[in-house]
Ligand binder design. Structure first.
Ligand SMILES: [Zn+2]
Ligand SMILES: [Zn+2]
Length: 233
């Protein structure tokens, strides 16, 4: 990957996600060691596998939700890794990577968990966010049904290294192409000791999360790993 800038677009920290095994600091160090320029921390939101207790005031929940990202960011500043913020929003199975919005959006909407998913999409779009359906065709015990939203989201995650079958990725790629959607690739990493790699390689260093969205819209990127391949770390 000479002359390329590697970015992780989908990963979790143990501060934010109940299913993650590594802290924001551990994840940031692991990506830096493997030559990544930046990462986007996308912990499971409260309607997913969140590590944040439900019985706290909304502001406190949001503060806790950001802990993994904030720790990764502090670590990143010390070691030279860019760390951007996003989240993975769930709707009883389907999950949506949400980019380009910050803590202020979450704090402003303490009622968001009661919205129908279409209402969530609308609010995110109105606020200037970018929606990518994560691993749209993944079949797994925790996913009750496959529901895809190619008419309502901006993009599909067409490669997810956490998918157990490459056929899920290829199905996502086909639907994305048929519908003219933007495409992203990510690892969905939950454990720095099990690092499998993945993500997107851009031809330039990205300035911030808005610049990431622009680069995705430019469609000028390459896969970090070929389909079906995992780093043997
Ligand atoms: Zn998870
Ligand atoms: Zn995920």
């Amino acid at each position: 990957m000479q002359g390329k800038f590697l970015y992780e677009t989908h990963m979790h920290t143990s501060q934010g996600s109940a299913c993650a095994h590594s802290t924001g600091e551990e994840m940031a160090r692991a990506y830096h060691e493997r030559g990544y320029t930046g990462i986007i921390v996308t912990d499971h939101f409260f309607n997913g596998n969140s590590a944040v207790p439900k019985d706290l005031p909304w502001t406190e929940r949001v503060e806790r939700f950001l802990k993994g990202y904030e720790q990764a960011k502090t670590t990143g500043e010390a070691i030279g890794l860019q760390v951007f913020f996003g989240w993975e929003y769930a709707d009883r199975g389907p999950e949506f990577l949400t980019y380009g919005l910050g803590k202020d959006f979450l704090l402003a909407h303490p009622d968001m968990l009661s919205w129908p998913i279409e209402g969530y999409f609308r609010a995110v779009k109105e606020a200037g966010g970018f929606l990518v359906q994560a691993h749209p065709y993944r079949r797994a015990p925790y996913i009750r049904e496959v529901r895809t939203y190619e008419k309502l989201v901006d993009g599909f995650e067409v490669q997810n290294i956490g998918n157990s079958d490459v056929a899920f990725d290829l199905e996502a790629l086909r639907t994305a192409r048929e519908n003219g959607l933007y495409e992203t690739a990510g690892s969905d990493e939950h454990d720095h000791r099990r690092f499998r790699g993945g993500g997107m390689a851009f031809h330039r260093r990205l300035a911030d999360i808005q610049d990431f969205i622009l680069a995705v819209q430019d469609r000028d990127w390459e896969y970090v790993l070929p389909f079906g391949e995992k780093h043997p770390y």
